[in-house]
Design a protein around this ligand. Structure first.
Ligand code: HEM
Ligand code: CA
Length: 751
């Protein structure tokens, strides 16, 4: 394989950086710094056989070496560290055995819990994995205390002590072996990078990356709890209720389809999972029954990070709720077998590869196939193809008889009915392509048809994302600056074996959660007004004949809510309420999750981008600044998700500059670090499209995709710019067979 790489020119020889420029690990040199001049990043050598980037930042986030200290660390873990860590770990495990507080089915916490749902077999595996990771993290903590390791040394990966030759080494997972598996995009994302030691990059179950080192109290996993001045951080609920009101501010240009497409993308590239109580997937509960109080520390599970609610909370106060449950994310054992801070796990393939359609592992994918004509299984509802129904009782969080929920490649599909709608569109597209390909190639096998249709669907999804979605979200200038614009013709050569495609904590924990502010609390469908909590995990309306078409038209026509300091109460008070009078607060969850994931404060990310830090609340508009000063002591305490949302949208985009940079960096990883990206040629991508096929794929659009897969009962026309409100000046409503809506001509696939 190494030979192949050299021949294809994928590997660049490492050159030393120019004088005065540092060679730093990728984590300390985010893409927006690397790519300032539109150049490919220059790779350089770091000690211990690692590689880094020449980083021209001048910012203080670049690595500082602490050589003397490092050489003083013992090379092998001392037995007393191992012993103490083992004891601490066993104590934690023993402690949790007594913490069984049943979480009622149908309760919002139960539904939140099953958003991270997995099969019993997966639960068993995940539980063991998460415990292994925990034991490594505890060992790192004990080592840090005993050796008095400075906080910065762990977070900047400066402690190069390994678990080798200790029992904990068994937990380190070697990268998968890929012989004979490199020619096709795998279902679990393994074997994408051609280098053997990087074959796990971006695969399902691998850890998230970071733009900046984590902000943990102990540099390892203890969440940030104190403000810069040492006072306790304000409760995430308090910040949510004071800063994020529900104000109707429709976007002048973008529609709800862009919101819904965004959620599907989010599910394609990221799914964290929370720590479980036991190997059967039992849920951890950190509040007393009914959320009346936070459990005392000694009765709490170690992964508890509950959100306190003030007595005078104008909403939860009325129900006597003083505690919102939140369980910390599970971790992955160290990939390089080195002592390190906790690294969060993502269950799905990090790549943008339509994993919500196909699943993120072989078994899930098989379960979705018919094995005839390449097709995916569907449920035929009086002539209309819907997603197959699931027999899994907990898929919708309740045992209500007659409540049937849908199955897809992603466990979160039933979360909201508009998401199911889009998942049906993609599953139908797969089958539509299979049928056309089978007609063109009558002797083709089921396997060939499945793989070919999958490859085309992924290409269409990627093209729509980079061509239509991203320019609308981060503005065309950012798209260009990060080399994300699809070409008009020919192949792209932007692949680099050195770009890690993994999701970053900053993206999944904050920046891409900007979408939560774009959600409208109501769907207006004909004369009906539907409150969104009523269609969460409750897809029964999908069985109404015209609903699918009507929902699509609503998504086209209804404006997106502006991305700002407003969140619909459907998410901030009634999320997953089911039959309860109140639900969860997603804004508070996002803020608390950021602290769980070790995100640094907003100011640190301003600095990475080369912008000055904010020193004063007066630098915000008056009303916002006043509210901020009520919940934060200093501008250095502002949580990333909060600060990012309060920024003004950039020119021709819908998010502020900080989120646009983090999102651009992430999509740069998905493109430059994915060998199977649709625009690459045979030298990079062994299953590259032929030139004529690639040219056809460039015609894909969200409007065409929906036209090709609607029921055409009530939907006959679509706006040509599919993410733009149908009533926006210049957008044209055209009939589905209008030539202004080009189709991908599959004749290019006649073999
Ligand atoms: C339709 C309404 C939506 C609902 C009900 C919803 C709900 C949720 C929930 C419950 C979580 C898990 C929170 C946690 O425990 O940390 C979550 C995570 C997330 N959401 Fe949403 N969401 C919605 C729309 C969106 C949209 C439109 C986007 C993006 C454009 C988005 C992006 C994300 C991301 C990136 C995550 C983190 C995923 C992970 O890594 O686990 N969501 N959402
Ligand atoms: Ca994926």
């Amino acid at each position: 394989m190494a030979d192949n790489v050299t021949k294809s020119g994928l590997m660049e020889k490492c050159k030393p950086c120019k004088v005065g420029i540092k060679c730093v690990p990728q984590i300390q040199c985010p893409a927006h710094v690397r790519m300032g001049q539109h150049e490919k990043p220059q790779v350089c050598d770091l000690p211990a056989g690692k590689f880094g980037f020449c980083c021209e930042t001048g910012q203080n986030h670049t690595a500082h070496e602490s050589k003397e200290r490092r050489s003083a660390f013992p090379a092998i873990l001392p037995p007393d560290v191992l012993e103490e860590a083992r004891k601490n770990f066993e104590q934690l495990m023993h402690g949790v055995a007594h913490l069984q507080i049943p979480v009622q089915r149908g309760h919002p916490d139960f539904i939140h819990g099953i958003v991270f749902h997995s099969t019993p077999k997966e639960d068993l595996h995940n539980f063991a994995l998460s415990n292994n990771a925990l034991e490594q993290v505890i060992t790192t903590q004990v080592f840090g205390q005993k050796e008095q390791v400075p906080l910065d040394d762990f977070i900047t990966n400066n402690v190069q002590v390994k678990f080798s030759k200790t029992p904990l080494a068994h937990h380190c997972q070697a990268p998968p072996i890929c012989r004979g598996r490199q020619n096709l995009r795998s279902l679990d994302g393994t074997c994408n990078n051609p280098l053997a030691q990087r074959s796990h990059w971006g695969a399902a179950g691998q850890s998230m990356e970071r733009l900046l080192p984590p902000a943990y109290e102990d540099g390892i996993w203890t969440p940030r709890a104190k403000a810069k001045d040492g006072s306790p951080l304000t409760s995430a609920r308090e910040i949510s209720r004071i800063l994020f009101e529900d104000v109707h501010r429709p976007h002048h240009k973008c529609n709800q389809l862009i919101m819904q497409f965004g959620q599907l993308l989010a599910h394609d590239v990221s799914q964290s999972s929370s720590v479980r109580l036991d190997e059967n997937g039992g849920l951890v509960q950190c509040c007393s029954t009914g959320g009346q109080s936070i459990l005392p520390r000694d009765k709490q599970h170690f992964a508890c990070l509950p959100i306190p609610v003030a007595e005078n909370d104008e909403f939860y106060g009325a129900f006597g709720v003083r505690c919102l449950n939140l369980v910390r994310l599970s971790l992955v054992p160290s990939a390089d077998c080195q002592l390190s801070y906790g690294k969060q796990r993502s269950k799905v393939t990090h790549f943008l590869d339509a994993s919500p359609v196909y699943g993120s592992n072989e078994e899930a994918a098989r379960d979705l196939r018919t094995f005839h004509g390449g097709r995916l299984r569907m449920f035929n509802d009086f002539g209309r193809d819907l997603l197959p129904l699931t027999s899994d009782k907990s898929a919708c969080g309740s045992d209500e008889p007659g409540k049937s929920c849908f199955k897809s490649g992603d466990g979160r599909t039933n979360q909201i009915i508009s998401l199911i709608t889009l998942q049906i569109v993609f599953a139908r597209e797969h089958n539509r392509i299979c049928d056309v390909l089978a007609k063109l190639n009558p002797t083709a096998t089921d396997e060939w048809l499945y793989q070919e249709a999958r490859r085309i669907v992924i290409a269409e999804l990627q093209h729509i994302t980079y061509n239509e979605y991203l320019p609308a979200v981060i503005g065309p200038k950012q798209v260009k600056r990060f080399r994300l614009t699809p070409q008009h013709q020919g192949y792209s050569t932007d692949y680099s074996v050195d770009v890690n495609p993994a999701i970053t904590n900053e993206f999944s924990g904050a920046a891409f959660r900007m979408g939560h502010s774009s959600v409208d609390g109501k769907f207006r469908i004909r004369d009906e007004i539907i409150n969104i909590p009523d269609v969460m995990f409750n897809p029964s309306r999908m069985r109404k004949r015209e609903f699918f078409d009507d929902m699509l038209q609503t998504l086209f026509a209804q404006p997106m809510q502006q991305i700002d300091s407003s969140i619909t109460q459907g998410l901030s008070r009634f999320l997953f309420r089911g039959d309860s009078p109140f639900g969860l607060d997603l804004a508070a969850i996002n803020i608390q999750r950021g602290r769980d994931q070790g995100l640094r404060c907003y100011n640190d990310y301003l600095e990475v981008m080369g912008a000055p830090k904010l020193r004063n609340f007066d630098q915000f508009p008056k009303e916002v600044g006043e509210k901020l000063s009520r919940v934060y002591h200093s501008t250095d305490d502002i949580d990333l998700w909060v600060g990012g949302l309060l920024e003004q949208a950039i020119e021709d985009g819908i998010v502020g500059i900080t989120f646009s940079e983090i999102i651009a960096d992430q999509f740069a990883r998905f493109k430059h670090g994915d060998r199977f990206y649709y625009e690459y040629d045979k030298k990079i991508n062994p299953s590259a499209f032929q030139p004529a096929q690639l040219q056809e794929l460039r015609k894909a659009s969200i409007a065409r995709l929906i036209c090709d897969n609607a029921d055409h009962l009530t939907l006959h026309t679509v706006p040509t710019a599919g993410f733009v409100r149908a009533d926006f000046p210049g957008n044209q409503l055209v009939h589905c067979d209008d030539p202004r809506l080009p189709s991908v001509d599959l004749n290019a696939w006649r073999m």
